[in-house]
Design a protein around this ligand. Structure first.
Ligand code: C2E
Ligand code: CA
Ligand code: CA
Length: 745
């Protein structure tokens, strides 16, 4: 039996014995005994919580831990004051007042602890939860005022405000019980015995508080309730945490809560008005109705903002056609439905020249005209998008290659017929690349890549329209031999270990300078070609079905190598990149399970980085697979955020915990105020969604300073270190000043 458990059982036995004794001798029970038992119970619970301080990081944020322990201290102090008052004053006027004040003061702390109770310290309810909670307490207090005349208790000795204080404390405790139940669902803590123990304690305290009125502060039930509350508080202090499930960030819970409070307060108002015109009930319920209505208005505004953001996030500002994000989503939809598709990539020839001759405004007009013409001439069911400056894409569902080329010819003619822009001196012309994908193989990255290759072919040969030619592409890039090599290296364990290695780049906390984790980056030590960076071979691996084997090897290698790494005694987080196809791979989850289990690696140290394109190409699948990963305790990071088609609005559905700002932001953040503003807004929204923000590609102290100012949590880049081999990383870590207590969980 571990020490904690023994201590808890002893304390519980003590408190239980007190309860038992009171049952034997009810004549001697009075309010002082209730206060004494409560004091003993909360004191023991608080001490246990402090004793577990080193372990607090286990699925409980530091904020929660501090809030609960502060609530414990407040209750201990006020219970002691209550006891003293009881001894000095008998059943006098002040008895019970300190403890009621203590409960009201501890309530907000307990609420804060509940709301932040998860490893990432995410806000699991919306930030209007304080208004809603206060309104709920007032609504219940209002209802209580209506019930008071019907209670069996004789409260005639109490003054009006004593009754109100009592009702407020009982209501607060009741509402906290409700909040705990909601948090259990939203924070993925329904399996955590500590939360249920605490909820039980709150319920027991509610019973005690209610009985205080009925029995005048005494009575067996009150003392036993206090004993039960104490035992449960101690339970919360000693029970073991379990792996938390995914945090659900949704607008439904806060909206439902605010609506329930509004409905309750309206009912209380109606009853108070219709009946004996209870003024206290009217005031409390009126305040509650105003508060919950304010919460609702806020929520409705927020939902409207989100809806607007969703539309904006899909539309190209300049031309009004879809943007890259919209296209990726459409491709994902076709894929889900199992439809084949063709993609045309259309590029305005010599657009640089157009801008030069007729200016940027004229250039913008040309783009709008092209977008309109493409949209009009494309067949029904097609989706038009602008994917880059002067590049458009048309997605054609259920279309084979020949039909797609036919559409391309039609579009080419339509665009040639556009009026010649004034000042350009020649008609517009475009080049079009055509790529197709069979049913079940429709993949956004892949289609774009192949349509892009075809477009390059069309431009290179000044051919107007070109089809994707896989063989030609492979030949021109001298890649087929590399693919074969990669296949052989992956198939041979010795070659695999010698050639496919990982470099690790540290991620540093902005606030403390402590190293929080490392990102594993693949390097191919090719026996003939030398060191190859990922961009030389990753897309090949993806195209030729080698990615799953590569990912499995790298995941295993990373977990093996990084298993023992720590900073200031705390194990480092390990980030591993997943490629586009990985989420769809059936073996991903079994591979993750197997690797973690074989190496005894704590899943909570593992972060999987996934790019937005991957997530958006099949959102349903992404939510499902990432949900399964997060349920295992593995964290999820959204990589390359901001590379052109992103909106945080979409990410609310995903259980991610980290957002990696793309290097493009970091590069421009010092020189462009607009970029700085975008980063600042993104950081604020990301924090609201409970995401940690990591900036990539930080190369100089100036950028770090600006990012610090904008609220970024962690940075990664050459400023701290280039990606290092394991020995290099160990040297680098030991070369840094010791950082006790500075490393995050
Ligand atoms: P990424 O995930 O965005 O990784 C960051 C890249 O930025 C790395 O390039 C890193 O070396 C580079 N970098 C880091 N700090 C700086 C800096 O301060 N300045 C500059 N200019 N660059 C910096 P790397 O290692 O060439 O990797 C390129 C991409 O290849 C990665 O981009 C990632 O998408 C992919 N990748 C790398 N390793 C793996 C892997 O094991 N699996 C998969 N699926 N993809 C990987
Ligand atoms: Ca990455
Ligand atoms: Ca990245």
């Amino acid at each position: 039996m571990n020490g904690n458990l023994r201590r808890a059982l002893l304390a519980a036995a003590g408190v239980g014995a007190a309860g038992f004794l009171t049952e034997r001798a009810p004549a001697h029970v009075d309010g002082r005994l209730t206060s004494a038992v409560l004091l003993l119970a909360v004191l023991t619970g608080t001490l246990l919580l402090h004793h577990r301080r080193p372990e607090r990081a286990r699925a409980m944020s530091a904020t929660s831990w501090r809030s609960f322990s502060a609530a414990g201290v407040v209750l201990v102090v006020t219970a002691a004051a209550d006891l003293a008052v009881g001894v000095a004053d008998g059943r006098g006027f002040w008895t019970g007042i300190p403890l009621a004040a203590g409960t009201l003061a501890a309530g907000p702390l307990v609420l804060r602890g509940l709301v932040r109770w998860n490893a990432q310290c995410q806000h699991v309810l919306d930030d209007g939860h304080v208004t809603t909670t206060v309104s709920a307490v007032l609504a219940v207090t209002g209802a209580g005022n209506l019930l008071v005349p019907h209670l069996p208790a004789d409260l005639s000795a109490w003054s009006w405000w004593q009754v109100q204080v009592w009702l407020l404390t009982v209501s607060l405790l009741l509402v906290l019980v409700g909040t705990a139940v909601v948090v259990a669902r939203c924070a993925g803590l329904s399996g955590d015995p500590r939360l249920w123990s605490l909820t039980g304690a709150l319920a027991a305290l509610t019973v005690v508080d209610a009985f205080v009125a009925v029995t005048g502060g005494a009575g067996v039930v009150a003392v036993q309730g206090a004993a039960a509350a104490g035992t449960l508080i101690m339970g919360a202090g000693v029970l073991r945490a379990c792996a938390p499930g995914p945090v659900v960030v949704s607008a439904e819970v806060p909206a439902g809560g605010a609506m329930a409070v509004l409905a309750t307060s309206l009912v209380v108002l109606a009853v108070a008005l219709a009946g004996a015109l209870d003024r206290a009930a009217l005031v409390w319920a009126g305040l509650a109705a105003a508060g919950s209505a304010a919460s609702l208005v806020r929520l409705v505004r927020r939902l409207a903002d989100l809806a607007r953001a969703r539309v904006q996030a899909r539309t190209d500002d300049l031309t009004g056609v879809g943007n890259r994000r919209a296209l990726v989503e459409e491709v994902g939809r076709l894929r889900t439905r199992g439809q084949p598709a063709a993609l045309l990539k259309i590029d305005v020839d010599d657009f640089g020249l157009v801008n030069e001759r007729i200016g940027h405004h004229g250039g913008d007009d040309v783009l709008v005209a092209v977008a309109t013409a493409v949209g009009t001439a494309a067949p029904s069911g097609a989706h038009t998008a602008r994917t880059a400056g002067d590049t458009f894409a048309v997605l054609l569902p259920d279309t084979g290659e020949d039909a797609a080329v036919g559409v391309a010819r039609h579009l080419e003619r339509a665009l040639r017929d556009l009026p010649t822009p004034v000042g350009l001196g020649r008609p517009l012309s475009v080049s079009i690349g055509v790529a197709t994908a069979a049913a079940g193989r429709v993949h956004a990255d892949d289609l774009m890549h192949r349509a892009g290759a075809a477009l390059a072919l069309a431009k290179g040969g000044r051919r107007g329209i070109a089809r994707y030619d896989a063989a030609l592409e492979a030949r021109t890039r001298d890649r087929s031999t590399l693919v074969a090599d990669l296949g052989r290296a992956l198939g041979d364990a010795a070659r695999r270990d010698a050639e496919l290695r990982l470099a690790y780049q540290p991620q540093v906390e902005v606030a403390s300078g402590a190293v929080a984790g490392v990102e594993a980056l693949v390097r191919w030590h090719h026996p003939v070609r030398g060191l190859l960076s990922p961009d030389r071979f990753l897309d090949l691996a993806e195209e030729h079905g080698l990615m799953d084997a590569l990912t499995a090897h790298l995941l295993d290698r990373a977990v093996r190598e990084a298993g023992g790494w720590s900073c200031g005694g705390r194990p480092l987080r390990l980030s591993v990149n997943l490629s586009a196809g990985s989420l769809a791979a059936e073996q991903l989850l079994p591979v993750v399970d197997d690797v973690l289990q074989r190496n005894g690696f704590d899943p909570r140290r593992l972060v999987l980085e996934i790019t937005e394109t991957t997530l958006m190409s099949d959102p349903g699948l992404a939510v499902e697979v990432t949900g399964s990963l997060v349920a295992r305790g593995v964290a999820l990071s959204i990589d390359d955020y901001g590379t052109g088609y992103s909106s945080l609005a979409y990410l609310t559905d995903l259980p991610a915990t980290e957002l990696k700002l793309d290097r493009a932001f970091t590069l421009r953040v010092t020189s462009e105020p607009r970029t700085a503003a975008i980063v600042e807004g993104t950081v604020a929204l990301a924090h609201r969604l409970g995401l940690r923000v990591v900036a990539e590609g930080v190369e100089d102290a100036g950028a770090l300073e600006v990012l610090r100012h904008l609220g970024v949590d962690e940075t990664q880049g050459y400023l701290h270190a280039r990606p290092l081999d394991p020995a290099g990383l160990r040297d680098w870590l030991s070369g840094r000043a010791p950082e006790p207590e500075r490393c995050p969980a």
